[in-house]
Design a protein around this ligand. Structure first.
Ligand code: ADP
Length: 383
């Protein structure tokens, strides 16, 4: 590499679809990349300069992986943060910083961070185990409905449950938890913000996430969200405040609830995010390009876009597990302004994220109609 810009080796912890899309941007600029994943069938395996297979929660595995890299980033939160601390002490650039990840890895710490920094969020209580929760219920300190969240290792709604009454507690696993007040929100919003070590900061549009009622998984991401300019600005301001107060480097996705014209922050993700995939086709700098710019301390790219972009997730259909087989994918190519992404996962299972489609039209109604049609038409089955 002749340019000094990218003469550093980038280590990426996690080799799923987010890693794959990050590598697509790295490969454009011929950045040397090392990737580690817990599956030998990682979609990143053949797209990086060097692939490692190992346990992302094992201290020595992460330490040894990072030793050989100059800048280290991650596309998944559930990794050994003590090893990241050690790598930082060795002089490696670890972005987002291990301190930021430590706060986000634990939902109790994350909520306390919101409280201490006067970030609006729903009320919550922490419990060490189910016995302690039972005592609080006996004392009438818990109101139903409420939301149970495992403090660690939850993802995509696993580790979250709405508790309607006492009966629902019987099925909970015995682990550390928070119990949140139930928020009757109008919309779920997300803002992706990027910040580089020089302190430059840029947000994407506030987007709206529409969830599937049965699986409680994000079905559509709509950019820009159908909200007023004032709400858009308030959501972006909150994301900027959070990014600054965490001293976050790289991308930070901020998920929020919109209720009655007030905004509550739900949770953070310090990495590229499903709610930012629209930016690949819609924006001059995608979230992946932006993340690279941020962690290499380069000037951040443009985030605005024209028209209405809708991303729909292609997930495994109910009732099918095993070697994947897609039905009706050709409709994406028949639908003008639609872009297909498949993540290259060999096996499907119900609701597993297998790919996505981004549709960009001048008008929201047109992109939404196309998105609904494709969602109903494409099926992800197993043979
Ligand atoms: P995960 O980390 O698994 O994505 P979240 O905290 O984002 O978990 O919760 C998953 C979903 O559960 C949210 O997108 C929202 O639909 C619902 N949810 C979470 N917290 C609350 C709450 N306090 N009130 C109402 N619904 C909630």
């Amino acid at each position: 590499m002749n340019s000094k810009l990218f003469d550093k080796k980038l280590g990426v912890i996690g080799g799923g679809q987010l890693g794959k899309m990050l590598l697509a941007e790295c490969n454009k600029m011929s950045i040397t990349t090392h990737v580690i994943d817990s599956s030998e069938k990682s979609p990143c395996k053949n797209l990086c300069s060097k692939f490692y297979f190992g346990d992302l929660n094992d201290y020595n595995t992460i330490l040894n992986f990072g030793r050989d890299c100059d800048i280290i980033t991650f596309e998944i939160e559930h990794i050994n943060v003590d090893a990241l601390d050690e790598l930082e002490k060795m002089g490696k650039k670890v972005y987002p910083r291990p301190d930021t990840l430590r706060v986000i890895q634990d939902k109790n710490q994350q909520k306390n961070f919101f409280k201490n920094n006067e970030i609006p969020t729903s009320d919550f209580k922490y419990f060490k185990c189910l016995d302690h929760l039972a005592i609080a219920i006996d004392k009438n300190e818990i109101n139903f409905p409420c939301v149970w969240k495992k403090t660690k290792f939850g993802y995509d709604g696993f580790g979250v449950k709405v508790l309607k009454s006492l009966v629902d507690i019987e099925t909970l696993p015995d682990s550390e938890m928070i119990i949140e007040e139930f928020v009757p929100f109008e919309k779920e919003l997300s803002v992706i913000v990027a910040r580089n070590p020089s302190g430059e900061i840029k947000c994407y549009n506030t987007v709206e996430m529409e969830f599937n009622k049965d699986s409680n998984q994000v079905e559509y991401v709509i950019s820009p969200a159908n909200i007023s300019d004032t709400i858009n600005k308030r959501a972006q301001d909150l994301a900027i405040r959070l990014s600054n107060s965490l001293d976050s480097i790289g991308l930070l996705a901020v998920e929020m609830f919109l209720t009655n014209n007030s905004i509550l922050v739900n949770e953070l993700a310090p990495r590229p995010h499903n709610s930012g995939h629209f930016s690949i086709e819609a924006c001059q700098s995608s979230q992946f390009q932006q993340h690279i710019r941020a962690i290499f301390n380069l000037k951040l790219g443009e985030t605005n876009h024209l028209g209405s972009a809708i991303m729909l997730n292609i997930v495994g259909s109910e009732g099918y597990s095993g070697k994947v087989y897609y039905e009706n994918l050709d409709h994406v190519f028949k639908s003008k302004f639609s872009n297909l992404h498949l993540y290259g996962k060999e096996e499907t299972r119900p609701n597993r994220k297998m790919g996505h489609v981004t549709i960009i039209c001048d008008k929201f109604e047109d992109s939404y109609e196309k998105a609904k049609f494709l969602k109903e038409t494409i099926k992800v089955k197993s043979k």
